[in-house]
Design a binder for this molecule. Structure first.
Ligand code: PLP
Length: 444
């Protein structure tokens, strides 16, 4: 019996005992091809020797230094590198242990920025439906430590949400992409006006939507329009790149392809590529200057922030990505994988859309391609496909993302940047087998 509270309380997952490259091996000796990088995490595959060596070296030097007492060389070097590689004046870095912590950090940093600007009435954010930013916000809302809570009250329980940029499903027949984008921006402007721009801290969005809708890129010009509205109404633009950042879309930051500079960027997953739990927030100079010239401190902190071994691992990941020109590889391999998937599923009656950026690729499953009607959520098709794939030694990330407010079915592929052409072909072949098995069985 397992004493862990697993996701599925009826059936614990296999026990992973070894992993190298794209292959994870379980305790029964079965091998799985990692086509999802876990959850779009493992950008360098498993057991990359350079990352392991950097971690070993750091472990020999120093494994922990609480930030109330010390900084450490690995964290300083990582922050300097992230700042140097980020566009514009995204020069300041706050290191935490994962994506949710990083999102909480960004929300509080944005809130404190306005507090110190003498605008305490800015207490809400505008976000989008169909987006995922982490699991922890409720923890602050229900926490009992008043001096930590009071500066941020009222707590962030709910915020107005506008439509995501989800062209496949939400652009009307006959509507041009330009008109669709303009309508989204109009909706956002109305939401800002309805909330009162003077009450809004910022707009929060994933640059490329990950887990809730399966790799949905924005339409051309959408984020330029968002940035314009944020500037016009004095809102901060907070982009969540936990899943789509750190090279996954073919540029280090996905927003580089949108021609905008956000005020805050939230990172996780690929930052440490699974070697260590680490997340980060990048902040522009004007955000940090406000605090520097105000209270002089950001009222926040976590026990494991700036962890030396996590920082050393993330730094090594960044060095490998740059040295081996893996951003270029992501673009080439992403295009190759999308081609393979289009060949395999382009005519599939239940694959409505194959999309994504770089090596963040989504398949949207539909009951009917013409009407784009989703499957009955009770069928749990995405979960059945995942199970059929696991039985064939393939890891794909299943998502019951939302479609029209109900759960829909998406499959996310996010293989490591080092995947070979043969591995991409094998991923496609095993996914074809899994779909051939799972879809008719679900519909029977
Ligand atoms: N933001 C996005 C876009 C994510 O995809 C995730 C995780 O899937 C998170 C935030 C939360 O990250 P974590 O699970 O590391 O807390």
């Amino acid at each position: 019996m397992s004493h862990i509270i697993h996701r599925n309380l009826h059936r614990p997952p296999p026990v992973a005992v070894r992993a190298a490259g794209l292959t994870v091996t379980d305790s029964a000796g079965r091998e799985y091809l990692d086509a999802s990088g876990g959850a779009a995490v493992s950008s360098l595959g498993h057991a990359h020797p350079d990352v392991l060596a950097a971690m070993h070296a750091q472990i020999d030097r120093n494994t922990y230094a609480h930030t109330a007492f010390f900084t450490c060389a690995a964290a300083e070097e990582l922050a300097a590198r992230l700042a140097a590689d980020a566009p514009g004046d995204l020069d300041h870095v706050y290191l935490v242990s994962g994506g949710s912590e990083a999102m909480e950090t960004a929300l509080k940093l944005a809130r404190q920025h306005w507090l110190e600007a003498g605008q305490p009435q800015r207490t809400t954010f505008i976000a989008r439906r169909q987006s995922y930013h982490g699991n922890t916000l409720g923890a602050l809302a229900v926490g009992g430590n008043e001096w930590r809570r009071a500066p941020f009250a009222p707590l962030l329980i709910d915020v107005p949400r506008v439509a995501p940029c989800y062209e496949y499903r939400e652009r009307a027949d006959g509507q041009s992409t330009e008109d669709y984008t303009a309508a989204l921006l109009q909706e956002l402007e109305q939401a800002i006006l309805a909330a009162g721009p003077e009450n809004v801290i910022g707009f929060v969005a994933e640059t490329v939507v990950g887990a809730t809708a399966g790799a949905v890129p924005p339409t051309p010009g959408y984020f330029r329009g968002v940035r314009r509205l944020c500037d016009q109404y004095g809102l901060l633009l907070i982009l969540d790149e936990v899943m789509c950042g750190m090279g996954r879309c073919g540029t280090l930051y996905a927003f580089e392809q949108e021609g905008v500079l956000p005020d805050l960027v939230v990172l996780g997953k690929g930052l440490g590529a699974g070697y260590q739990p680490i997340g980060a927030v990048l902040a522009r100079e004007h955000i940090v200057r406000r605090l520097r010239e105000g209270s002089g401190a950001f009222q926040h902190g976590h026990t494991y922030m700036g962890h030396p071994v996590a920082a050393a691992a993330a730094l090594a990941v960044q060095k490998v990505i740059q040295r081996d020109n893996l951003l270029g590889a992501v673009t080439v391999r992403g295009a190759a994988l999308r081609r393979l998937l289009r060949d395999a599923f382009g005519q599939h009656p239940h694959v409505g859309d194959i999309r994504g950026r770089g090596l963040l690729i989504g398949l949207e499953l539909v009951a009917d391609r013409d009407s784009k009607a989703p499957f009955d959520p009770a069928l749990r098709l995405h979960a059945r496909i995942k199970e059929a794939a696991m039985a064939r030694g393939l890891m794909v990330y299943p998502m019951g993302g939302t479609i029209d407010g109900k759960r829909g079915d998406h499959i996310l592929l996010a293989p490591p940047f080092i995947a070979s052409e043969a591995e991409l072909a094998e991923i496609t072949s095993r996914l074809t087998d899994a779909m051939t098995d799972a879809v008719p069985r679900a519909l029977a």
